[in-house]
Ligand binder design. Structure first.
Ligand code: 0WD
Ligand code: CA
Length: 378
């Protein structure tokens, strides 16, 4: 890096071509009009089974099946089955983009957008984009994103930060149970078939996942990304994905206006970013009491979430989120110039600082698997 800087000093003609060395994240720098965001369209999907094996189909997609709205509200015991009927995913397994790459390999010949579309696109998980969207407002957790350019395409894959790893390994028992409770809520709200009802007697296995693969564009950045979808609503006004999808969430029951305010400022931002990116129109929240029971439900339309903070000086702004994300993608595109699947530019961010970059070759940061690179090179 030092040598590159010295070279630039020696050759001032390169000044315009020289990429920036860091990217600030202050919200004030990213206000302004909402940028273009193409309505996400589903290109395909895949499923991961109870053994976390990939299948190029929708078998893991579940069906939204809320309890009847008459009578008393729900009484879902989210702690039921913990820990004996819990099969959590092995978080030591670093999957990177592998499942998405498998899908892309199988479908690279049928991509829309014309020849060369993929070469100009950014490929990543939806969850990584969510982190970018919320960065200007995030005050707790940093992130690291590894980036490689291969056959023109820019691939972005998250790297667990040392702090996040330490936190995960030291996760307190109550937090582990709370994670289970989120998945248990899905089990109470989803059926395996459109005509059946939820069956909360079974195991909760977090290896199982249904992932949608979408095409979109932010500003001039074509995007191909995948995100895990909780369920589809057979009674949705449109059966066309992603508009039939429903995101399920749990939150603490709130009683004081101050609790709601803080919920709108922090949780709703994350819910909005995640569902907006994928085009999921509704988030259904279950509110749990101190005993771990869901006793009420509330639907938050994604497009109405901003209304809760629009007049809040300490609220968030969707334009800031999207403008920052677009700026980061430009920053990454301009930084990762060399086309080399074994070269990684690592973008690192900690709250209160700008995004910085470091350059790495091969292990441990290279993330495009040999099977993918070789098959794509055929
Ligand atoms: O290996 C990794 N570092 C990551 C793997 C980071 C992020 C995601 N993933 C995997 C997930 O397991 C999932 O199968 O990628 C797939 C797609 O994820 P996404 O949609 O891009 O991620 P995100 O939007 O962060 O999460 C969506 C859902 C979560 O729902 P909630 O309501 O909690 O936001 O995916 C699930 C979870 O249900 N999920 C995970 N499940 C098991 N292990 C994980 C995880 N580490 N992360 C998210
Ligand atoms: Ca969820």
């Amino acid at each position: 890096k030092r040598r590159a800087e010295e070279a630039d000093v020696a050759e001032p003609r390169n000044k315009l071509a020289r990429p920036a060395l860091s990217l600030p994240t202050d919200p004030a720098l990213y206000s302004g009009p909402f940028p273009f965001y193409r309505r996400p369209s589903e290109l395909g999907c895949f499923s991961l089974d109870a053994q976390r094996q990939y299948h190029g189909d929708a078998h893991a997609l579940r069906y939204y099946s809320p309890p009847p709205t008459y009578g008393q509200g729900p009484k879902f015991d989210l702690r039921d089955g913990y820990p004996d009927r819990y099969q959590p995913r092995d978080e030591e397994v670093r999957e990177g983009l592998d499942h998405l790459l498998r899908w892309l390999l199988d479908h690279r010949g049928q991509l829309e957008g014309g020849p060369g579309w993929l070469a100009g696109a950014i490929v990543t998980w939806r969850g990584h984009l969510t982190k970018l969207l919320t960065t200007p407002y995030e005050q707790q957790e940093g992130w690291q994103l590894a980036a490689s350019r291969f056959q023109g395409t820019l691939y972005l894959s998250e790297v667990e930060t040392p702090a996040a790893r330490a936190q995960r390994l030291a996760r307190p028992p109550l937090l582990r149970e709370l994670m289970y409770m989120g998945y248990k809520f899905e089990q109470y709200m989803c059926a395996d078939k459109p005509e059946s009802s939820p069956d909360p007697s079974g195991d909760v296995n977090t290896n199982v996942a249904f992932c949608s693969v979408l095409r979109s564009r932010l500003g001039n950045h074509p995007l191909l990304f995948s995100g895990e979808v909780d369920c589809t609503d057979p009674q949705a006004p449109s059966t066309q994905p992603p508009t039939c999808y429903v995101e399920l969430k749990t939150a603490k029951e709130m009683h004081r206006p101050g609790h709601w305010r803080s919920f709108y400022r922090h949780k709703l931002l994350k819910w909005w970013a995640q569902s907006f990116l994928l085009g999921v129109p509704n988030v259904v929240a279950g509110f749990r009491n101190p005993e771990g029971f869901i006793c009420s439900l509330k639907t938050f339309p994604t497009m109405e979430m901003f209304e809760y903070v629009r007049n809040d000086r300490d609220g968030w702004n969707p334009s800031v989120c999207m403008n920052f994300c677009a700026a980061f993608l430009s920053f990454a595109q301009n930084t990762v110039v060399q086309d080399d699947p074994r070269l990684v530019h690592l973008f690192s961010w900690e709250p209160g600082s700008p995004v910085t970059v470091s350059k790495h070759q091969d292990a441990p940061y290279a993330f495009l698997p040999t099977w993918y690179v070789e098959a794509m090179t055929q």
